[in-house]
Design a binder for this molecule. Structure first.
Ligand code: PMP
Length: 381
């Protein structure tokens, strides 16, 4: 990332950590197909195995529980496919899941119901319990932490309810893993998904992690790679980069938390009308989703970008997305306010200078907006 830009969009993607590019270049230069028996094949296999061990250590699971995929979108699709294969008769999906879970569930050919969230953006456990009373085992999806608001979900409690009803739980931990707890773990879920590029690894690689008793049902079949669970020659540089990223993860949560708190304090001081979504709930220490009524997010994102500050409007994993955030809608946020939602997210390379840069750009934006309010033609002149 360019040093003179404040990059505040880690929930969309984190800059790669130092050393990750080198690990990937090394894997690329190695050549060889991990399935080949000769020395080049063995080297490539060793790179994949080492990364698998690193990711397993980071998630506190056995390496055999990991299936590498092309990212969390594919891992979520594989997980939903597995829920169906396990025998789920219906799917219950939290109202704030990522589109990759929602779309895979909608295409699964089973009845799908949405589990509501509270106004603070937390899964409604009582509603889940009621929904589990129906016939047949169900597949349930509850993410670990929401990508837009950062709100942490009661996954372990949901897992207990789901298991008591004979169902299975998928937890998309793309945002929470490594950010909430020092290390992963499966939080009581049966299937967990992660993505390298949220952690300072490369884009285009992720993993599905299955509890030991769960049999993953393959979608892409072929040469028997990933124990037959995901065919296709492995993305060796990507997987090596994933491993390198988790190996380089340092305990940065306290520092990031302090930056986020400083950011929120200064934001509220400059613009007391700001509303922070999910403020009443436990949130990941790196995320702030907020709105200043009347300040359209699309305009603010562009103005901030011009001032060298990179943030997202609402959920902006995929750019060019129109329409309001389903997450804020599920929290009961009116459309007019949701249209003003901005998301700022910090990570391993964030610094006070980034906060200062945002503060200066935001102050300028707020002053200009107030001036325009008083004299609407002033902006045009
Ligand atoms: N789930 C969540 C919560 C996410 O934030 C994202 C990334 N926007 C994904 C899944 C998809 O991950 P990937 O980009 O690796 O496909």
């Amino acid at each position: 990332m360019h040093a003179s830009v404040a990059y505040l969009d880690y929930n969309a993607t984190a800059p790669v950590r130092p050393g990750v590019g080198a690990a990937m270049a090394e894997a690329l230069a190695m050549g060889g197909n991990p399935s080949s028996v000769h020395r080049f094949g063995r080297l490539a296999r060793a790179a994949v195995d080492r990364a698998r061990d690193s990711v397993a250590g980071w998630m506190r699971v056995d390496p055999a529980q990991i299936t590498f995929t092309s990212g969390a979108t594919e891992a979520n699709a594989l997980a939903v496919h597995t829920l169906v294969a396990l025998g789920a008769k219906a799917l219950l999906v939290s109202a704030i899941e990522h589109d990759s879970v929602r779309a895979s569930a909608a295409a699964a050919g089973l009845p799908v119901n949405e589990i509501p969230v509270t106004a603070a953006g937390v899964l409604d456990l009582a509603a889940l319990q009621g929904m589990l009373a129906g016939p047949g085992p169900v597949g349930v999806a509850v993410m670990f932490a929401n990508n837009e608001t950062g709100v942490i979900q009661p996954v372990a409690k949901a897992a207990k309810l789901v298991h008591a009803a004979g169902g299975w739980l998928l937890c998309d931990a793309v945002q929470g893993a490594g950010r909430v707890t020092a290390r992963g773990g499966l939080f009581g879920a049966d299937l967990v998904t992660v993505s390298a590029h949220k952690l300072g690894g490369p884009q285009g690689v992720g993993a599905l992690i299955a509890a030991p008793q769960i049999r993953v049902a393959p979608m892409v079949r072929g040469g028997g790679q990933e124990s037959g669970l995901r065919g296709g020659t492995e993305n060796v540089p990507g997987i090596a980069g994933f491993g390198a990223a988790v190996e380089r993860e340092r305990g940065e949560r306290a520092r990031v938390h302090a930056l986020r708190n400083l950011f929120e304090t200064r934001l509220r001081a400059m613009s007391p009308e700001v509303q922070v979504f999910g403020a009443g709930a436990a949130r990941m220490s790196n995320t702030v989703c907020f709105a200043l009524p009347g300040m359209a997010a699309e305009i603010a994102v562009i103005a901030l970008d011009l001032a060298g500050v990179a943030v997202s409007s609402g959920s902006a994993c995929s750019s060019g997305k129109v329409g309001h955030s389903h997450v804020l809608k599920a929290m009961g946020v009116p459309d007019a306010l949701a249209a003003c939602a901005l998301r700022v997210s910090f990570g391993w390379a964030s610094s006070r200078a980034d906060v200062d840069r945002f503060v200066a750009a935001w102050m300028d934006l707020v002053v200009r907006a107030r001036r325009a309010e008083r004299a609407p033609l002033a902006l045009a002149m």
